[in-house]
Write a protein that binds this ligand. Structure first.
Ligand code: HEM
Length: 211
């Protein structure tokens, strides 16, 4: 099998696993709309599944494979498809997601392994509450959710191009996931930053930021 096809298959297979987790994960963050306690209760229940050693190994392997196969596909197709705006959008959103995934998962593992923190809501919120780190964390998390919706939308749009001749359907397939992600990202960042209700982050989470 040509290596381009192999990378594409690996990218799609790992996307399925990571995508299923992302739905639960972002759904978990949105339960914060009902308060931090609701968010923590949902996380405790969801962790029973995604913290199971076999599931977590599969998830972490998927994150690594997703970033690696995506970087390879990006390198190969960038020059050939530079003029197509949907492909360009898919490349930019994919590149940001790859960067985010590596930094995000490494931060969670360092938080758990080296800082002995329980990586809950407060772990994600801490950076928002020590100046000047909020200037980094607001776009860092907000863009990650937007990039995810954009990447999914681009993939749906490209798939529909080969199967349907109905342009509004293709546009909706691209724009709806982007719009949904922009709203979800804005809400999650607003909650973490304490703009929707007061957030009191325990000192052990602020300490790594010098707070
Ligand atoms: C606003 C956006 C996000 C926030 C605030 C956030 C926050 C967190 C937190 C607090 C954890 C630790 C969970 C735990 O200990 O149970 C975590 C883990 C993780 N996140 Fe995110 N996340 C965000 C977006 C994403 C996205 C878009 C992805 C990509 C699919 C992602 C992938 C992961 C992965 C793979 C883990 C490791 C799970 C584990 O093994 O414990 N996150 N995230």
């Amino acid at each position: 099998m040509p290596s381009f096809l192999l990378h594409r298959r690996v990218h799609r297979a790992s996307a399925l696993c990571l995508g299923a987790f992302a739905v639960v994960h972002l759904g978990n963050h949105l339960t914060g709309l009902r308060g931090i306690e609701a968010h923590l209760a949902f996380m405790q229940a969801a962790r029973v599944i995604y913290r199971h050693p076999a599931v977590e190994a599969l998830l972490l392997a998927s994150a690594a494979l997703q970033a690696w196969s995506g970087a390879t596909l990006l390198r190969r197709s960038r020059l050939r498809n530079a003029a197509n705006p949907v492909i360009a959008l898919q490349h930019w959103s994919g590149a940001y997601l790859g960067f985010f995934l590596l930094v995000h998962v490494a931060a969670v593992l360092v938080g758990r392994g080296f800082l002995s923190l329980d990586t809950t809501w407060y772990f994600a919120a801490a950076g928002f509450h020590v100046r000047p780190f909020a200037w980094f964390f607001a776009p860092y998390y907000g863009l990650a959710v937007l990039a995810l919706g954009t990447h999914v939308g681009c993939a749906l749009h490209r798939r529909l191009v080969s199967t349907t001749q109905v342009p509004p359907l293709r546009q909706a397939a691209l724009l709806l996931p982007m719009l949904g992600a922009a709203v979800a990202g804005g809400l999650i960042v607003s909650m973490l930053a304490g703009w929707l209700y007061p957030v009191r982050v325990p000192p052990e989470y602020l300490a790594p930021f010098g707070g």
